[in-house]
Design a protein around this ligand. Structure first.
Ligand code: ZN
Length: 265
């Protein structure tokens, strides 16, 4: 069976933790909802919206997780951290429990909305949630947003939710990532790390990411974990090494060995 390719490029380009006006507060987010916005700017692309988040002229405490246009999606805040977008206050469920998707108002509207529906379906799939967990900015604080879907008493919003539902029910036709659904494991864990200094352009999917930090017998323990279908995955090697052990690949499987016994070999 032919599998359709994703129609947009996914770019991870996080704003710095010290971005002014507390736009990236670093508070942990366990997403229970996805909130849909539109940018309110008919001229800006996803990259331009990302640039605005760190523009000195921007004086607002407002941010988002992923902005998507006709060609690209840009992730500006990790999906395991809070962004300020819902207008329901510092402890409101919109801000504290939802991922913010900004849909660009520039470019080819049909294509942009298709991309957004695909992205939102993929996120719901990853979070093991259904379309009943979709929210408009309007739902949290009665802001007229996403305004591009407001006409005719939100007819566009109802259509958008149907498009998401279609993709959730039939992922093969819209996405190459079906190996990540159900009980399947990620096919290539190497995709989960970004080792380069440039923003990572991922072939596949956004990650729900959490930082894990602590100490173990005085040793600092720090790595990133990923939430996929309600299961937290951690990279094996940093965890094993933090425990003072080593990981060796031998004869087709991983062996956990102590650092001491390894030295004797
Ligand atoms: Zn909004």
């Amino acid at each position: 069976m032919k599998t359709a390719k994703k129609n947009y490029i996914f770019i991870v380009d996080h704003i710095p933790a010290n971005t002014p006006y507390n736009r990236r507060p670093g508070l942990p987010l366990v997403p229970e909802y996805i909130t849909v916005h539109s940018t309110g700017n008919p001229g800006s692309t996803a990259r331009q919206e990302r640039a605005w988040l760190i523009n000195p002229a921007n004086k607002r405490t407002a941010s988002w997780h992923i902005c998507i246009d006709e060609r690209e999606a840009v992730e500006a805040i990790p999906l395991g951290e809070v962004a300020w977008h819902a207008g329901d206050g510092g402890n409101g469920p919109g801000n504290r429990k939802s991922i913010a998707i900004e849909i660009c108002e520039s470019g080819d509207r049909v294509k942009t909305l298709e991309n957004a529906a695909e992205l939102v379906a993929e996120l719901l799939r990853r979070l093991n949630l259904g379309t009943e967990r979709l929210r408009r900015h309007w739902d949290w604080s009665r802001k007229a947003c996403p305004r591009i879907l407001m006409a005719d008493n939100w007819a566009g919003w109802e259509k958008f939710k149907l498009e998401v539902e279609k993709r959730l029910n039939n992922p093969e036709s819209t996405s190459g990532s079906t190996n990540l659904t159900g009980t399947a494991k990620p096919k290539n864990p190497a995709n989960l790390t970004n080792t380069g200094s440039k923003p990572a352009v991922r072939e596949t999917l956004p990650q729900i990411q959490h930082r894990v930090e602590g100490t173990l017998d005085g040793r600092p323990l720090k790595f990133e974990a990923y939430l996929i279908n309600n299961t937290t995955y951690v990279p094996l090697r940093p965890l094993i090494e933090a425990l003072g052990l080593q990981l060796k690949w031998m004869e087709g499987k991983y062996h956990i060995v102590t650092a001491a016994s390894n030295q004797n070999k």
